[in-house]
Ligand binder design. Structure first.
Ligand SMILES: C[S@@+](CC[C@H](N)C(=O)[O-])C[C@H]1O[C@@H](n2cnc3c(N)ncnc32)[C@H](O)[C@@H]1O
Length: 237
């Protein structure tokens, strides 16, 4: 992203405007039309630029410390026994939540690289290749989908929500950006922009609650919000 776009995005933050997106490092066509290859390429390039996690700066221990506490509290308060975490990324930080709560954990990611690293971090973890757009969700009390849909095109994001709506999981925690003036823009999958799931083309209802997932002074408002599966299914009809 060039310097002008960065400045415009920074200036717009206080009004909820972030007009410029990040492009993917390559198009889907260049990697044979395959999501697995696209996100493997992103991981091979360390395109999200973190030394600690191939999932990027948003998945470091420092950046997730507050959110991990909120998530652990929610798991305990709502007596959530099992969680399906997709995408699970490279499991850099979620282990703290698993260890703190004892929740029965399974995870999935479309990238083989991410799964390989995840298994190096937590040998024997129940993680697998999984595409949220069309693979059948396993049974669990909750689907955790942090920091993913804002990397997907509208069509892919909608496919993921429709796929979840056909699952047996009652609850979903999904990343959403919230601001007074936001308008969602479409991107090619693999890029990034802010995305408000309560606005078109998703139009989800207000969530049951939002877990704050951003440092206030430096980032655009970002939450991981809780919806019932039925509410998502009804909104997508
Ligand atoms: C920014 S990382 C977030 C990972 C993790 N949720 C976290 O909070 O650390 C985004 C992840 O989404 C994965 N991903 C992208 N499209 C996907 C899809 N259709 N199904 C499953 N995972 C996908 C990527 O491979 C990548 O690991």
């Amino acid at each position: 992203m060039n310097i002008v776009a960065r400045i415009a995005n920074r200036l717009g933050r206080r009004w909820g405007i972030r007009p410029f997106s990040w492009a993917a490092p390559c198009s889907l066509e260049e990697v044979g039309g395959d999501h697995l290859n696209l996100f493997d390429r992103i991981h091979d390039l360390n395109y999200w630029g973190s030394e600690e996690s191939v999932s990027g700066g948003g998945s470091t221990h420092g950046r997730t410390a507050e959110y991990a506490k909120l998530l652990s509290r929610l798991i305990e308060q709502r007596q959530i026994r099992s969680m399906f975490d997709a995408p699970c990324g490279d499991l850099n930080w979620i282990g703290n939540v698993i260890d703190a709560t004892g929740v029965s954990y399974s995870g999935g990611d479309v990238s083989e690289r991410a799964i390989d690293i995840a298994l190096q971090r937590r040998p024997g973890a129940d993680v697998r290749l999984f595409d949220i757009r069309h693979d059948a969700f396993p049974d669990a009390d909750i689907w955790h989908c942090r920091d993913c849909l804002f990397h997907l095109s509208f069509d892919d994001g909608l496919a993921a929500l429709r796929n979840f709506a056909n699952s047996k999981i009652d609850w979903a925690l999904i990343t959403t950006n919230t601001a007074r003036w936001m308008r969602n823009i479409d991107i090619a999958t693999g890029g990034w922009r802010v995305l408000d799931l309560e606005r078109a083309p998703f139009n989800l209802p207000s969530p049951e609650l939002r877990l704050k997932d951003y440092p206030e002074k430096t980032e655009f408002p970002r939450y991981v919000a809780l919806w019932r599966r039925e509410a998502i299914a009804a909104a997508l009809k």
